[in-house]
Design a protein. Sequence first.
Lengths: 511, 336
Amino acid sequence: MRRLAPRPALAVAATLAVAVALVPLAYLVVRVGEAGWARVGAELLTRRTAVLAARSIALAVVVTTACTVLGVGSAFLVTRTDLPLRRAFAVLAALPLAVPTYVAGFAWVSTVDGFAGFWAATLVLTLCSYPYVYLPVVAALAGADPGQEEVARSLGKGAWRTFTGVTLRQVRPAVAAGALLVALYVLSDFGAVSLTRLDVFTRAIFTAMNLGFDRTGALVLATVLVALTALLLLGEALTRRGGARYARLGAGARRPPARHRLGPLRWPALAAVSALAALALGVPAASMARWAAQGVSRPGSLAEVAAAAGNSLWFAALGGALTLALALPVGLLTARAPGPVATALDRLAYLPHALPGLVIGLSLVFFGINVAFGLYQTVWLLALAYATLFLPLAVGAVGAAAAQAPPALEEVARSLGRGPAHVLRTVTIPLAAPGLGAGAALVFLTCMKELPATLLLRPTGQDTLATGLWTHTSVSAYAAAAPYAALLVLLSALPTWWLSVRTGAFAEGGG
Amino acid sequence: MAELRVTGVHKSFGRTPVLSRVDLTVPSGRLMAVLGPSGCGKTTLLRCVAGFEPVDSGRITVDGRDLTRARPERRRVTVVPQEGALFPHLSVFDNVAYGLDRAARKAGRVAEVLALVGLAGAERRMPHQLSGGQQQRVAVARALAPRPPVLLLDEPFSALDAALRFELRRDVRAALHADGATALLVTHDQGEALSIADELAVMRDGRIVQSGPPAVVYTAPADPWVAGFVGEAVWLPAAIDGDRAATPLGSLPVVGAGRGPQVLLRPEQLDVSDGQGGDGLRATVVRRDFHGHDAVLGLRLADGTEVAARVLGPAVPAVGATVGISVRGPVRAYQG
């Protein structure tokens, strides 16, 4: 009987937000169109394109699978079991989010001789991106209704059947959202694949543009990546159960879930999470420590690094704010007025995320020169690039957060004489704040780690930590690069730490 | 003091009509229950009155004030949703005070309504520390707090166990009356509707099929469907002649406009005796549903007709026993 009221104002705001985020993509299409069909066809229908596509897809599948297993497994261990030191591991498991793939790649390449190829790239990408699954699943597990699990147990299902049949289904939207992010991340990664010398689309595009000055070729390859992304989104949409909503129903407020006793599995589980932490964090840390000692002793380096850190923080804050502002209407629309419009906007918002930052950056450079000259060489164009690239992260967070504030509560609040703005401030936002905060932190973090678009769009002469690191690394000055890397990781660790606290991985649940 | 009037309200979802020409009047200070099976549109009616759903046509007024197109926050119509829907991040005090202005908050209105629902002193507790019944009480207090002219309750007791439901129903009724609120409650539970309501409206397929005081609806249902929905019904074939009906239970006084061929009587109209003396009708007990305070017996007459009788008290005849029966009061005649 219940119908959600249509939200025309929200739909318009969401459409505008997505339109802004699609500017670079639209401009990309325009540029490709200008190149002409004959040229595009010649670039597209080659054996090399097919090989690149197969390799990119294989990498995405393998890394996503590995990340899902690691992410869900770690999330379950720290939230639902009596794993020793689980509070510490709850944080450690999230921290690799602070390690950019180019830092991790650098660390592995400089530590292991001959570290290159498919499995090398797989290892680096998995270790860097499994937190994209881990974090939302931790939040979902902390917020899920333990009553459903108890019902399953009482219906004669064992612990494993309950986990697969009930718990996993409760967190299914979180797993799906996380896995989708990982797959998109892998398709658009540049740092790891370039350092492990794995020729996939992104590296090929970079090579074409940077070495061959073949901008059309690069843009055409980029459109194939967009098509791959579209297929991925379509597949995800088909597997998603239609109309299923996951807002918690039922009387009573949340109860903390019961923890499973691991028993004899305690020590293997502890060894597994420890090994994961060692590979994902220990290797980069050791490598950075080795080089940084030489790096900081370089004259004048501290002032340079400090200036770069200031730029990093400022650019990321601005980008994060713009991204969240654009994501709010889209996320609210998908959560509250689901339908064809909301779904279409949600999908569209994902599209640019799969584009290499490099292409978004290049598209916006052209856009700045040809269309919006006032923005060119300002931090605003960079913020737009960030918003375009990272909108899905924020939309997902907003949608999940809005689901924590069921529509019935807003209706009650309205009936008590409070206008929509007041209700938003006193009910929806407080309930959604943890999720929104997590989204903001996630976007901030990702902006700070972003490399290629920042390289192209930062105002002249203003290095960030990422570009400073890249500049020094590109000339094999590992020692000079190391302080940038170390500070970048440290600064990134702060929001990551906060993220883990807010998503409840820390919380013992109050009882 | 306010009268809620719903006039000719239509509502459809897409092509499916949900409410068709619904007319209702809840007199000032009275509690009306809308009773209907699930899916009959009663919750939609409530949501239309609250302003959560726009109506397609018709009017909703409170004391003549037209609310049909007003936004929910302008209507001064508060709701108690099915599961309470307390704000999980706010204490009991803040939940109840949500719809109050600063002055009313300071004036102790929160404590007042909490006392009214039997939760005095619970101000500082959080929703998750309350039982289901307590949460529902807070939800009622929250809806009462701003002294709304009209209060809406959507199956507010359906999630509670029977004993709690009975007590809460009585307390809520008392609280509503103490505050002089006009209230509209929807439920699918006929016992709840009959016991709590001052006025009863029976709804089916998006229409109000009958409304009036519960006793009238119960004793003089508008049609056989209503008769069966608001209580247990015994149907007998009858030949009606003037104010008498010839039935398997003999010639009985008949009321109602219908001319047969069937008459209604309620199980409590059948008096069951031990069947020893006298010349009355005899029947055999074929079924016995024991409820503690009473029992419903299935009785088979000599001619095979089966009827149901409600008997009070501890001495309930066993299955197989032969009993004597007689009819109290008139039966009501219906067409078809």
